[in-house]
Write a protein that binds this ligand. Structure first.
Ligand code: 5GP
Length: 204
């Protein structure tokens, strides 16, 4: 394994609270890692900072990034493009840093194809009723769109089968605790440390 850092991919259905859980991990520095800042063509929301929350770019710039192979994966979501810049992810992993991506299930699937050594964490709602309520409380979409999201979530939840871990987002604190436990365990999993020990026994 050339890369030493862990690629942590946090994904799950729309409205499950990926963004909130990610922010809690980032703000509380729950474990040492670098966050991979995505590129998007959507406009910044109040309080969002360019280069911290996202790289906010034009459609032209996004298309250029696709053409130049700058993106590890990208997807369209409600009329906007989102993508993971490849260069920074590779660099940070080579430096031995853990890298956290927070992306949709479609993007996670593409990352899995290219980087199967990643740790794929699926965030689930406790149940579909809770997901419905959360989408309603967010207040950003009409009921019709919310129904569409729930339908999509039913299909997306089954994609959990391709992931390494399922974390229930009942409370943000619980979800964060479970993710920290996963990261700690992955760091000592034999498949990740065996090469170091092989080297060690050869040297002596
Ligand atoms: P939002 O606009 O609410 O910040 O994000 C909308 C959706 O895009 C969320 O499901 C989020 O996980 C996803 N997303 C954010 N960045 C990326 C990315 O780089 N690639 C993909 N595929 N999805 C992303």
């Amino acid at each position: 394994m050339a890369d030493k850092g862990l690629l942590l991919v946090l994904s799950g259905p729309s409205g499950v609270g990926k963004g909130t859980v990610k922010s809690a991990i980032v703000e509380n520095k729950v474990f040492p890692f670098e966050y991979s800042v995505s590129m998007t063509t959507r406009k910044p929301r109040p309080g969002e900072v360019d280069g911290k929350d996202y790289f906010f770019v034009s459609e032209e710039r996004f298309q250029e990034a696709i053409k130049n192979g700058e993106l590890l994966e990208y997807n369209e979501y409600v009329g906007h493009h989102y993508g993971t810049p490849l260069g920074p992810v590779k660099k940070m992993l080579h430096e031995g840093k853990d890298v956290l991506l927070e992306i949709d299930v479609n993007g996670a699937q593409k990352v899995r194809e290219k980087m199967p050594d990643g740790v794929f964490i699926f965030l689930t709602p406790p149940d579909l009723h809770t997901l419905h309520l959360r989408l309603e409380h967010r207040g950003t979409e009409p009921e019709e769109v919310i129904r569409g999201r729930i339908k999509q979530a039913r299909n997306e939840i089954l994609e959990m089968a391709d992931y390494d871990y399922a974390v229930v987002n009942d409370t943000v604190a619980n979800a964060v605790d479970h993710i920290k436990a996963i990261v700690d365990a992955e760091h000592v999993s034999v498949k990740r440390v065996i090469d170091d020990y092989r080297k060690m026994v050869k040297e002596d």
